[in-house]
Design a binder for this molecule. Structure first.
Ligand code: URA
Length: 213
């Protein structure tokens, strides 16, 4: 697994505003959207393209188009939905599949409660959107789910990651013969005893959409 921490002053600035507990929900949603677009630019560095002959007003040339099958973007409900528009701005022709996963706040185990994805993902590059790589359980379950359907290249985009989550994710993907990259705006200090990233930004879903429980 490859971890790419995007080191850019605009990313750091937007992340700092997101972290601030004074930032309200509308601002949090807008900044998440902007931040994801910046992360998506890095995350799509290896997106597959095919050569394409075209003619400009001045003459013929060969460029590239996104390859078929089209990339699949997979937000993890609920909080991953807040990242979808920012991603699709950069990859408007991608397809979108949904995975609903919830973590049991006592055991911290992830389980799937909803799924809307093609049965066959053979040859598909998948971009998983999950704001917080905390324990790593949700992301490991999502990636194993996608590869079990044939996805052959996975990039996860996370606003933040915890070192424990990165290590657990690596362990959870052991033996998987599919390249996995995690792109994040920062690798934080640790997890607290409730499984929250420290210093983090709190509950991403609640900050995007309000308290759900
Ligand atoms: N999920 C969140 O929303 N925030 C955390 O810090 C950890 C998991």
């Amino acid at each position: 697994m490859r971890l790419h921490v995007v080191d850019h002053p605009l990313v750091s600035h937007k992340l700092t505003v997101l972290r601030d507990e004074q930032t309200d929900s509308p601002t949090f949603r807008r900044l998440t959207d902007e931040l994801v677009t910046l992360l998506a630019y890095e995350a799509t560095r290896e997106v597959r393209v095919d050569p394409r002959d075209i003619t400009t007003p001045v003459g013929p040339t060969t460029g590239v188009y996104l390859a078929q099958p089209r990339p699949m973007v997979v937000p993890i409900l609920r909080a991953g939905l807040g990242m979808l528009d920012g991603m699709m701005r950069l990859l408007p022709t991608a397809e979108v599949g949904f995975l609903g996963m919830v973590r049991n706040e006592e055991t911290l185990e992830a389980s799937t409660y909803a799924e809307r994805l093609p049965d066959d993902l053979s040859g598909r590059q998948c971009y998983v959107l999950d704001p917080m790589l905390a324990t790593g359980g949700t992301l490991a379950a999502a990636i194993n789910f996608l590869t079990s359907r044939g996805a052959d290249d996975i990039t996860a985009i996370c606003l933040l990651a915890a070192p424990e989550g990165v290590a657990n994710l690596e362990a959870g993907l052991e033996g998987l013969d599919v390249p996995v990259t995690v792109v994040t705006a920062a690798l934080d200090e640790k997890l607290n005893d409730k499984g929250y990233i420290v210093p983090g930004l709190g509950d991403a879903g609640d900050r995007l959409y309000g308290v759900a429980h």
